[in-house]
Design a protein around this ligand. Structure first.
Ligand code: HEC
Length: 156
């Protein structure tokens, strides 16, 4: 009788390689293509893209509210603005959309939401305004990092 074991080993090896490739594509790369200016383009449906850009505009608005509230030393207003953007906001991210986002994008995005938790907590604990300002300045590095890496082209 012929010994077929080596074939099985090769087949299992190939299967694992394919699975690793699929996992890499879906978990690490997301639904991406090469973008402009050395950035990676995340390809979303027009509705998903609108949802993400809408959240972005809300992030900018919240930034304005927080900067002003810190200048006025109004920590209740800081907490009220930061809390809704905390980690509770992650649960609202649709799973189909999540699958299209690259791993690094999610790290920066989720990291941003955890930072908003921290900012809301710092305001609640009445930490010095200057400390919260420094925390917010550091948090905004996530905005800068993500914008320099990714774009959201309009694909019809
Ligand atoms: C995880 C990635 C990521 C993070 C973090 C992030 N952004 Fe964005 N943002 C994007 C991408 C991608 C775009 C689309 C850019 C493009 O297509 O050129 C965008 C677009 C925007 C826009 C334009 C919205 C529109 O209607 O066109 C604003 C404003 C914005 N971001 C603000 C912010 C602010 C403020 C922060 C931080 C508090 C932030 N973003 C953090 C990824 C991110």
């Amino acid at each position: 009788m012929k010994n077929t074991t080596p074939h099985w080993i090769v087949m299992i090896g190939l299967l694992l390689a394919v699975l690793a490739g699929v996992a890499y594509k879906f978990i690490v790369l997301g639904n991406t293509v090469e973008g402009e200016e050395g950035r990676t383009a995340v390809v979303l449906s027009p509705m998903e893209r609108q949802a993400v850009l809408g959240e972005m505009r809300f992030l900018l608005e919240t930034t304005q509210v927080i900067v002003e509230a810190l200048a006025n030393e109004d920590l209740d207003a800081v907490e009220a603005a930061a809390r809704p953007l905390g980690s509770s906001a992650i649960a609202t991210v649709d799973f189909a959309l999540r699958a299209k986002l690259p791993l690094e994008f999610k790290k920066l995005g989720f990291g941003l939401h955890y930072a908003f938790d921290d900012i809301a907590d710092m305001a609640k604990e009445r930490k010095p305004v200057k400390e919260i300002q420094i925390k917010y300045a550091q948090t905004m590095n996530n905005c800068i990092a993500c914008h320099s890496m990714y774009e959201l082209p309009l694909v019809k």
